[in-house]
Design a protein around this ligand. Sequence first.
Ligand code: FES
Length: 98
Amino acid sequence: MNEACMTDKKPDICFTLVHRGKEYQVQVYRGQYYSLMTLIADYLGVFGFGLCCGMGSCGTCLVSISGNNTIAKRHGLSCEMPVNDELANVVVTVPDDI
Ligand code: FES
């Protein structure tokens, strides 16, 4: 875990983004991004990612999420995911092929 995320100091939320085999440690403030999709677009600049509907109907923003202490994964539409405490310390994987 990132040391900045183990204190009461901001940034508030820390998690790991994975794309094309690379890991990115993300540190953000609550409310800094409208959705996980906008954060991913800002951090990774993945061409074609989530540039469609932005309201949960096209599926171009699909990601998988796993906890740091579990191998269980769930999938979700990142345009519908707020950047809040539910993302703290998880691993968000963006598909290689979009
Ligand atoms: S951008 Fe279309 S479902 Fe998320």
